[in-house]
Design a protein around this ligand. Structure first.
Ligand code: ADP
Ligand code: MG
Length: 642
């Protein structure tokens, strides 16, 4: 940075000053910045340095096509000047700069929708809010956490000296812009610090913060040398692209700091993987597993992906082509030596090179997860809690990686008394009974409902473990699973239980005898229920409950029907199989009921109860209540007219 920068005081106004109102969202956000953020106020510095660094990155990128843009001042960098007496800090960069129009839009609106509502919803949780500011792409406005007035002077690279812009705001809902003359390209942001934030004009404090938060941006951050009248500048940060250094030269702390810079996060990452691939294909990757899910993990349009560099030149943020959707929680950098510098998002989508890198990175992340699972189970438990539901999507999205994902899955289970998903498939296999050939699971609306499902009474009695599932996506995920280590997955609420040799000869005999004895009863029930069921059967599942509904292997579950209905589709009519527990007193009573009207009533009640137990809606709730009440009346006052 040899030449003059926009900080130069002889910048002269040459256009009328114009006043603009901030977008409503920005006004809301500024209120929050000014009135409720007291902790981590220093993040403003990280955000403004990050913007300056982005501006340098963008200019370097633009100069690939038009080298003249850089020519007059080729060494990109950032300068920070503090004036404790005046209570000001100025950050100057010789990056891409802004035109007047860009200053109005970029520093007056928020690009992403829904931001203000989100921040409002945080009401009072300032800790969280300050952590999210950078992630949200509203970093510039964090200047107002410490400044009562902010001045920005900028000249776009390639624009005439007379086309500079001066932007200023006191965060009172408005800002002004005027056209000025600036001797050099780039941007200078001057903060007029609030009375209680003057500490940030202390050069010592600033140096410490720069080293802490911005050590590993790719550009030099310079400050005046210490000593009264020094006019010389020195570099205060490392200014080396961290990922290009050998692993042995990077400390644990540096890795963590780089993550925080990259992810705009305060928490340390849980783990990372830093690799250099050489040979036919060359690239470096540095991938991090965060310790917490970002607020927008479930937002479709949330930015995701890696920061892409090509031979150290920044190309783009959020390059999503380098990781599959189910690994969208991974943060990091990929630096390719083979891609062209002018690569676009469109090109990335069809590039075979990118596809190969993506496969390599996917494997790295899955390996890292597997290593964490083995060596640091506590950390892995955190990963599963924060990202398990996302990771699971991989089962359906990435068949090629299924074998690597399966061991990573965690389930709640009938063999655990708590609902934390801690059971792995390996745990399950180790506890299988001799002769057990299936991995049983059941899916319900909640884990409590899964645990209490009539469909697994028999399995529980025999001490066979059942995996319990209750996430929205479980239906879809489990449907994709075939086997694990040669054992088939089996939904306990569908078709046969497929117990094989686990059914003893005595059991089978008893079942056969029950079948024979119950033929008449089954037919009477079927006749009473008519079209509501496809079949009535003697159950091998039930122990405590009198009846349950069972789906065919390929029928839609209740959960799936609800999802379809919610999406505005009409699922085909449900016609399940009714299974009855012929040993149950209520069923025995039913069998003895000669009175046909009473029989039908009770049979219908059993059917409705079975539907209720699995969370299905009743066809006619008032009718059900009346039926139940008639029965209760008979019980309470035998002989009374019904
Ligand atoms: P983000 O950096 O996530 O885009 P910010 O609120 O930090 O969000 O900045 C908003 C926009 O203002 C940037 O995208 C950029 O266009 C512009 N901007 C901010 N600082 C600078 C700068 N130093 N040089 C050029 N443009 C800048
Ligand atoms: Mg920013």
């Amino acid at each position: 940075m040899a030449t003059e920068t926009p900080l130069n005081p002889d910048s002269t106004p040459s256009g009328a000053r114009e006043t603009h109102g901030f977008q409503a969202e920005v006004r809301e956000l500024l209120k929050l910045m000014i009135h409720s953020l007291y902790s981590h106020r220093e993040i403003f510095l990280r955000e403004l340095i990050s913007n300056a660094s982005d501006a340098c990155d963008r200019l370097r990128f633009a100069a690939i096509a038009d080298s003249a843009l850089l020519a007059e001042d080729p060494e990109l960098g950032i300068r920070i000047d503090a004036d404790p007496a005046a209570g000001t800090v100025t950050l100057t960069d010789n990056g891409i700069g802004m035109t007047r129009e860009e200053a109005i839009t970029d520093l007056g609106t928020i690009a992403r929708s829904g931001t203000a509502e989100f921040f409002r919803s945080l009401s009072g949780d300032e800790q969280k809010a300050s952590q999210l500011i950078g992630q949200f792409g509203v970093g510039f406005y964090s200047a107002f956490i410490v400044a009562e007035r902010v001045e920005v002077r900028s000249r776009k690279a390639g624009a005439a000296p007379t086309a500079g812009v001066r932007w200023e705001s006191g965060a009172d809902g408005e800002f002004t812009v005027e056209t000025i003359t600036l001797p050099a390209r780039g941007t200078a942001v001057t903060l007029h610090l609030k009375a209680d934030a003057k500490e940030f004009a202390d050069p010592m404090r600033l140096r410490a913060l720069i080293r802490r938060y911005s050590d590993h941006i790719g550009f030099a951050v310079r400050m005046r040398k210490e000593g009264e009248a020094s006019l010389e500048y020195e570099v205060v940060n490392q200014a080396k692209a961290l990922w290009t250094l050998p692993r042995t030269e990077i400390s644990e702390d540096e890795y963590k700091q780089f993550y925080q810079y990259l992810a705009h996060d305060f928490t340390d990452p849980l783990a990372w993987s830093h690799n250099k691939v050489e040979g036919k294909r060359e690239y470096i990757s540095l991938l991090y597993l965060p310790a917490r899910a970002p607020f927008d993990l479930w937002q479709r349009d949330a930015p995701r992906g890696l920061k892409l560099y090509v031979r150290r030149v920044f190309i783009m943020d959020d390059a999503e082509q380098f990781l599959p959707l189910y690994l969208r929680f991974v943060k990091g950098v990929v630096d390719s030596s083979d891609l062209p510098l002018n690569v676009s998002r469109e090109l990335l989508q069809q590039d075979a090179e990118v596809e190969a890198i993506r496969n390599g990175l996917t494997k790295r992340v899955l390996d890292l997860l597997a290593r964490l699972m083995k060596e640091e189970p506590q950390k892995y438990a955190t990963i599963w809690k924060e990202f398990g539901v996302v990771l699971k999507e991989g089962i359906a999205q990435d068949h090629a990686s299924q074998a690597a994902i399966l061991p990573l899955l965690r389930f709640a289970s009938t063999h655990e008394s708590h609902d934390n998903p801690t059971v792995s498939l390996a745990d399950y296999l180790a506890r299988m009974k001799p002769g057990q050939e299936r991995i049983y699971y059941v899916i319900a609306e909640s884990l409590a409902a899964a645990r209490g499902s009539p469909a697994i009474e028999r399995l529980k009695e025999q001490g066979l473990e059942v995996l319990l599932l209750a996430e929205r996506i479980d239906e879809w995920i489990m449907g994709q699973l075939d086997t694990y280590e040669g054992k088939r997955f089996k939904d306990a609420s569908r078709g046969d239980l497929e117990l094989g040799t686990l059914t003893s000869a005595a059991d089978r005999q008893q079942h056969d005898a029950e079948l024979k004895e119950s033929k008449g009863l089954l037919k009477r029930i079927k006749d009473s229920l008519g079209e509501r069921v496809t079949e009535v059967r003697v159950s091998e599942r039930l122990r405590e409950s009198p009846a349950c509904l069972v789906l065919g292997e390929h029928d839609l579950t209740e959960q799936m029907r609800r999802i379809l209905s919610a999406a505005g589709q009409k699922p085909p009519d449900a016609r399940p199989v009714l299974e009855i527990n012929v040993g149950h007193p209520l069923v025995k009573y039913l069998d003895r009921l000669a009175d046909q009207a009473g029989f039908t009533e009770l049979a219908q009640l059993l059917f409705d109860q079975a539907a209720l137990a699995e969370g299905a809606p009743l066809a006619n709730p008032p009718e059900y209540v009346q039926r139940l009440n008639r029965l209760l009346v008979r019980l309470a006052a035998p002989g009374a007219a019904s």
